[in-house]
Ligand binder design. Structure first.
Ligand code: NAP
Length: 485
């Protein structure tokens, strides 16, 4: 634990310098990280393939996404308006009381502890969105590598360290920690100099970190993205008109990446009719034909076997289909089960995530029962509605209910495949995340690691550049209730 103390002391010392680095210089730093990662070339991809069992094309794509994220944040901080500057100038002769000069903007929180994720070795790990948004905000980062891909993490960490050196950033603005023990994770979260935490993984992991943080004498925010089963509601008209097409689309989405995505559709819900029977048959046939896939590591494969078995032994749950090909060691069989909504409504276990290529088809006997089943689903990252125009109009109130449950609501699509863009919200009500107000995808992720400060009656020379009268950075600001550059 002495080591962890030294890590946080160093991170805190680096933060004292880094918080003063300009947006333009942070931008150069973030771009340099992207270039250094790209310079690692094929050996990085080969190492990640060896450690995660993920295919080359997926890893090349994920590396591209990671560098793209870094460059999006680089552009954001270079432009600078993200600090939300507000300026209300003084009115000394206002009656009955004079109005003081008050100016507000976002400032970085301090050292942030980030836990790398197992299922995204690049995009949610060492230089992933948590690290890059915290660095963009002006925070220092202590990264706890995920034990499932230590070599990949060390290579990316080295790339960040090279970027630190080449761009003259404070030496310990990024510190890489490799220690696969819960004690180390707990100590990092509970260290008094830690000011926030970023996490992607299981519900039990995220909730444990959240609890450590709230038990501290000074509680701190934990931005944990945890389990989600991403319900898909297939409305009656769409089921009749294009059940076959929906089955094809969903067989692919459920099994994409061996189901190891937080947006995997683990729950399909619809109303009983002949078209639903045909859909179930079509989906089952397609799932049987999709062979088992190798999972990220043995721990995740074992959890899949255990959680799938637990789901299948629940009252009323029937196995509809599994990969015809037998699963080998560390592989997961594509699995489709079904249950009646009348059972689903009374069994909380059925809304637990089965992380992997698994989905449960819930069949409601009436639209009222479908609505009752929807009401039992806890907070989610996403929810999807598949409907024809007539369905969507008839179910407008139902869609309103669904919006209360999820951070992203999709009409006629699949939840897998998260676009990295400013309008993306990747978050959702608990238990999907610990704070539904924030996203872990897109430039708004920076908002997790800042806090507003009002500067009252500050002389010009002591104000941050963003708040000075002459607007030296030329950013958008709300000045006396009017947006101006
Ligand atoms: P995990 O078990 O949640 O672990 C992620 C990280 O959190 C690891 O670094 C782990 O520490 C740390 N951690 C977990 N519990 C902790 C605790 N009580 N105290 C301190 N640190 C703790 O996730 P995983 O290893 O990636 O996969 C396990 C399961 O998580 C999967 O089977 C799957 O169900 C789920 N998962 C879900 C998502 C999603 O997006 N919804 C993504 C990935 C995984 P150590 O390094 O010490 O192990």
């Amino acid at each position: 634990m002495n080591e962890i103390n030294a890590v946080l002391e160093s991170s805190h010392a680096a933060f004292q310098q880094y918080k003063k680095v300009s947006g333009a210089d942070k931008s150069v730093f973030l771009q340099a990280i992207a270039s250094e990662i790209e310079a690692l070339g094929q050996p990085l991809i080969a190492t990640a393939m060896e450690e995660t069992n993920l295919p080359e094309a997926r890893l090349v794509g994920e590396r591209g996404r990671t560098c793209n994220q870094l460059r999006q944040f680089a552009a954001l901080v270079k432009e600078g308006s993200w600090v939300d500057a507000r300026i209300d100038t003084a009115i000394p002769d206002r009656a009955p009381l004079p109005k003081p000069d008050i100016r507000k903007m976002m400032v970085p929180l301090g050292p942030v502890v980030v836990f790398g994720a197992s299922n995204f070795p690049f995009a949610y790990s060492t230089a992933g969105v948590d690290t890059c948004s915290a660095l963009a905000a002006g925070c220092s980062v202590v990264l706890k590598a995920h034990p499932a891909h230590p070599k990949t993490s060390a290579m990316v960490a080295h790339a960040i360290e090279m970027a630190v050196e080449k761009t003259g950033m404070p030496k310990d603005v990024f510190i890489h920690v490799q220690d696969s023990s819960f004690e180390a994770g707990k100590a990092l979260v509970q260290h008094p100099l830690t000011k926030a935490v970023g996490f992607t993984g299981s519900f039990s992991g995220g909730k444990a970190l959240y609890d450590y943080a709230t038990q501290r004498p000074e509680p701190i925010p934990v931005f944990a993205e945890m389990g989600s089963i991403n319900p898909v509601f297939i409305l009656p008209e769409a089921m009749m008109v294009r059940g076959d097409k929906i089955a094809e689309m969903y067989a692919a989405s459920i099994t994409q990446g061996v189901g190891q995505f937080c947006t995997n559709p683990g729950l399909l819900l619809s109303v009983e009719n002949p078209a639903l029977k045909n859909f179930a048959t079509q989906l089952a046939e397609r799932m049987k034909a999709i062979g088992p896939g190798t999972m990220l590591h043995s721990g995740i494969a074992n959890s899949f076997v255990k959680n799938r078995a637990k789901a299948l032994e629940q009252k009323g749950v029937v196995l509809l289909a599994e990969s015809v090909e037998k699963a080998k060691e560390n592989q997961a069989a594509s699995t489709l089960a079904t249950v009646k909504a009348s059972e689903f409504i009374h069994n909380h276990q059925l809304v637990e995530e089965v992380f992997g290529p698994y989905s449960l088809l819930v069949t409601a006997s009436t639209i009222g029962e479908l609505k009752a089943a929807a009401a039992k689903i806890p907070g989610q990252l996403t929810a999807t509605i598949i409907g024809e125009e007539a369905d969507l109009i008839a179910f407008a109130d139902f869609i309103d209910l669904v919006i209360e449950k999820a951070g992203r609501v999709i009409i006629n699509g699949v939840p897998t495949g998260v676009e990295v863009c400013p309008s993306m919200h990747h978050g959702g009500p608990f238990p999907a995340t610990t704070d539904s107000r924030f996203t872990s995808v897109g430039i708004d992720a920076i908002k997790r690691f800042v806090r507003p400060v009002s500067f009252q009656n500050f002389p010009q020379q002591l104000l941050p550049a963003e708040l000075k009268d002459n607007n030296p950075l030329g950013i958008w600001r709300l000045v006396n209730n009017e947006f101006k550059k």
